[in-house]
Design a protein around this ligand. Structure first.
Ligand SMILES: *[C@@H]1O[C@H](CO)[C@@H](O)[C@H](O)[C@H]1NC(C)=O
Ligand SMILES: *[C@@H]1O[C@H](CO)[C@@H](O)[C@H](O)[C@H]1NC(C)=O
Length: 354
């Protein structure tokens, strides 16, 4: 069971109850739910999540959640989330002694995988909250998902899926290990973080008013948008680096999706190297076929975006817009070196060299 600390103090004639934050330490899956309901500071130490089970942590308002130890799980083939954390005004962080270990090598299958049967790692639904100082290793599938959150500050996150690179893992390499998936956040700042993975470093799928700053991405598919429906606006990627990646910048709208808009997007001071597919890919024809204007892209600025490419498939710009689908694009100080194939350009807005 978890420990509870309660201090009651007496002052003069009036009785003042000072309840020092009820502090609890939990290492058993079965104890988490009750502890989350009563504890102001909930510390998770070494804990194993049972197979095919989601560890749901519904924090008290204003609580702190501390990871201190090794969080892991019993491996099974399934597609749920390993951890879901909800709360308002909460602070979530790890100590120097923690590791969120996704046991990726026991899940990854490389190319030989007809259907994905791998759990996603951490899903947060938070309001007015902070997530800081977390270390994730070897996510089985997507790493961090921020779903329906508001006013969220995320800093100093280290996602290390180095073991999933084909050159390290062999045929059972990792796939779909997105670093940050933003399913819908209004008011989000993600900063000072490192993502070493095998899919998007960041993928924005919904929401507005977001800043991503000082991210360092390695091995990824880039700083991305992937939009099927809804309106996404006011998103900035600033002062970040993308290395050994398929793409540096990737904006895709789904031609088989519903309707929406993508606007007021800024990429500023983005540096990249060893990009082997597209330095900048903007496509209104995802996943394939004709570009459609169901989700127009407007007011997109790339400012000081520079770097180099490698490999025979490398292309500096792929800009595939539907007729009237893209407008108000501004590229300032955009430089790509080393591209080996010709740009692909359809319905590119005026003023953009493609
Ligand atoms: C980044 O990726 C490259 C290529 O896979 C690898 O050689 C390098 O060690 C990685 N860097 C880090 C910090 O993991
Ligand atoms: C265009 O986007 C920028 C951010 O890149 C924003 O500052 C500006 O207000 C937007 N312009 C309009 C007309 O909304």
């Amino acid at each position: 069971m978890y420990k509870l600390v309660l201090i009651v103090c007496l002052f003069g004639t009036s009785i003042v109850h000072v309840i020092e934050a009820a502090s609890c330490t939990v290492s058993n899956y079965a104890d988490v739910d009750a502890a989350a309901k009563s504890c102001d500071i909930l510390t998770i130490t070494d804990l194993v999540i049972p197979a095919e089970t989601t560890l749901k942590i519904d924090l008290k308002d204003g609580a702190k959640l501390v990871f201190d130890g090794h969080l892991t799980h019993e491996v099974a083939e399934w597609t749920g989330d390993l951890v879901q954390i909800t709360g308002t005004n909460v602070e979530i962080y790890g100590t120097n002694n923690h590791l969120l270990d996704g046991l990726g090598p026991k899940h990854w299958k490389g190319a030989t995988e007809p259907t994905i049967m791998r759990p996603k790692f951490l899903r947060f639904k938070l309001h007015e909250s902070t997530i800081r100082d977390l270390k994730l290793k070897n996510c089985p599938n997507n790493c961090i998902m921020l779903s329906s959150s508001t006013n969220l500050f995320v800093t100093n996150i280290n996602i290390d899926n180095y073991d999933g690179y084909p050159g390290v893992a062999g045929t059972k390499y990792a796939k779909n290990t997105d670093g940050f998936d933003i399913g819908g956040a209004v008011g989000l700042r993600v900063e000072n973080s490192v993502v070493i993975n095998q899919d998007d470093c960041v993928a924005v799928n919904g929401g507005s008013d977001m800043v991503f700053e000082n991210l360092h991405c390695n091995g990824s598919h880039g700083l991305s948008f992937s939009l099927k429906d809804g309106d996404v606006k006011n998103v900035q990627f600033l002062n970040s680096k993308v290395e050994y990646s398929n793409n540096a910048i990737h904006i895709k709208t789904h031609n088989d999706g519903s309707t929406g808009t993508l606007k007021n997007i800024l990429y500023k001071n983005i540096e990249f190297n060893h990009i082997d597919r597209y330095a900048v890919s903007i496509q209104e024809n995802y996943p394939s076929g004709e570009a459609k204007a169901n989700i127009p892209i407007s007011n997109l600025t790339l400012d000081n975006v520079k770097g180099s490419m490698t490999g025979s498939k490398s292309m500096a710009f792929q800009i595939i817009c539907a007729s009237g689908g893209c407008s108000d694009f501004h590229f300032n100080d955009v430089e790509v070196t080393g591209a080996q194939t010709k740009n692909q350009c359809e319905n590119v807005p005026s003023g953009i060299n493609c």
